[in-house]
Design a protein around this ligand. Structure first.
Ligand code: GLU
Length: 491
């Protein structure tokens, strides 16, 4: 049997990392067995239309590297793949169940159902009382003939138990009396969400249903439908929630469902913060799945390696915590592993904004690659190149290098003429500065510290003194050193 999985998002305009993990596990479940990954858009139950929402789905899958084999945009043998284009497919299935005595027309009015609900004691959930389940055929015919509005309900089994198996949660048993006579077709002729979902999964030949654990409790209802039709129940893989960690007002760590207060939860929000799509996918693959065998303890995976390593048995049922620090680490690993070309391509937009030209790319790659965990940090790290801040002269004072305003003045006075004559490369600049230190019989830091501060105007720079000077270019560097000298001279 060829495995067929589907990602069935509702177009909300937002791709939560939890949904993306579902999509990834669906993709991996299929691809690991050389199966088919289907995209189906579930837009029937939408409260309101969200502009551009389906584009968010397509763009996410594309950028995340989850290529679907069938879907609304590319077609396939089981289309249409958008639920709203399938609306006329569902009712005949419900009618079939009515004919077979497994479903019935229910003519109860809204008022009657409201009364029923109102009669419930506090805390009691009252389901439908099955009033129309056994209406005489003559009454049904009469009502239909006069056009009385109706819904179609399934006749749920009244006693016994139902058990189903979930690959992650094991066997789940419920008492059938807990099952309501669920509505399949609403008064407007449209299917309910659950009914459409089951009909779609069956008619699209879906073999493995991967989705969030919030669907565990409604799965018996889905199974009641598979049973009524005599269809095979798919393999279920329900995924635990993704949690986030925060600290409450008493300083206690609290773990709760991942939400905005823990950090960004949307795929594109994370991308905009500088996380690489490959790193995000790598990280979320490990959120609830543990590699085994030859991949045990491995943390960095390409998508192809994930396909090879993925195994449903490695999915854990305990909720995992989204760890932003870990994501940051994974991202940094991806950056470190990049070729120069890849690194420069990613960094270029930030370089361009700072007016850095390609002559500095090689040096910057060397300086930044081990230091950044996200490309977005480039702006902040190199901001000093764009303009010289009006910095405080206290920056020249540095205990560890024993630098004071006075030593800084001496160092700058001596260094400026030498650097003005110096060839502008790293070796030459370093030689001039270390040569100056030995001539003055002082430690290198006593020269390097004030020169770097005057050049950068900030205490922390990526790269040392010579690198900062090179990046500025000779003219700008000398200009800044003179400003520094003026500052320390005035005191
Ligand atoms: N449309 C549902 C959702 O976005 C999918 C449910 C399912 O996978 O069965 O949560």
């Amino acid at each position: 049997m060829k495995i067929r999985t589907r990602f069935a998002p509702s177009p909300t305009g937002f791709m939560h990392v939890g949904n993306l993990r579902t999509a990834l596990y669906e993709y991996l479940t299929a691809k690991h067995e050389d199966g088919t990954f289907v995209l189906r858009i579930e837009d029937t139950d939408q409260e309101r239309y969200v502009e551009g929402a389906t584009d968010v789905i397509y763009n996410t899958l594309k950028i995340a590297g989850l290529t679907h084999d069938e879907g609304p945009d590319i077609g396939g043998d089981f289309g249409p793949y958008v639920q709203s284009e399938r609306v006329n497919m569902y009712k005949p299935y419900a009618e079939q169940l009515v004919k077979e005595g497994k479903a019935y027309y229910c003519f109860c009015t809204k008022e009657r159902l409201d009364e029923l609900r109102a009669s419930a004691k506090e805390g009691e959930v009252v389901g439908y009382d099955r009033h129309c389940r056994c209406l005489p055929q003559s009454e049904i015919d009469e009502k239909l003939a006069c056009g009385t509005p109706y819904v179609i309900r399934q006749k749920a089994p009244l006693d016994g138990e139902s058990t189903y198996h979930d690959c992650v949660y094991g066997d789940i048993t419920i008492k059938n009396e807990e099952l309501d006579d669920q509505v399949l077709i609403k008064a407007d002729g449209f299917p309910t969400y659950n009914f459409a979902n089951v009909i779609d999964d069956h008619t699209m030949g879906i073999t493995h249903v991967v989705r969030g654990s919030e669907y565990l409790s409604s799965t018996p209802k889905y199974n009641a439908l598979y049973d009524a039709f005599g269809w095979d129940i798919p393999t279920y893989i329900h995924l635990p929630l993704i949690m986030g960690k925060s600290v409450d007002e008493n300083g206690e760590t609290v773990v709760s469902k991942l939400s905005k207060r823990h950090g960004s939860t949307g795929f594109f929000d994370l991308v905009n913060e500088g996380y690489l799509p490959e790193a995000i996918m790598n990280y979320i693959a490990l959120l609830g799945w543990c590699p085994a065998g030859e991949f045990e303890n491995r943390e960095i995976f390409t998508m192809d390696e994930l396909i090879k390593a993925f195994d449903i048995n490695g999915i854990s049922k305990s909720p995992s915590v989204f760890d932003y620090d870990k994501l940051e680490w994974v991202n940094a690993e991806y950056i470190k592993a990049m070729s120069s070309e890849e690194f420069n391509n990613h960094a270029k937009p930030y370089y361009d904004e700072l007016g850095i030209d390609s002559s500095c790319y090689e040096l910057l790659e060397e300086i930044l690659k081990p230091r950044i965990t996200r490309f977005t940090q480039i702006t902040e790290k190199l901001e000093f190149l764009k303009s010289l801040a009006d910095y405080d002269i206290a920056l020249f004072e540095h205990k560890k290098s024993k630098s004071t305003l006075e030593t800084s003045k001496d160092a700058l006075e001596a260094a400026i003429p030498l650097l003005s004559e110096c060839e502008w490369n790293r070796e030459a600049i370093s030689e001039v500065l270390t040569g100056l230190a030995s001539a003055k019989e002082v430690k290198n830091a006593l020269i390097m510290w004030p020169v770097r501060i005057a050049a950068a105007g900030v205490a922390v720079t990526p790269g040392g003194c010579a690198e900062v000077l090179i990046l500025l270019g000779k003219e700008e560097a000398i200009r800044r050193l003179n400003i520094g000298l003026e500052k320390v001279t005035k005191g």
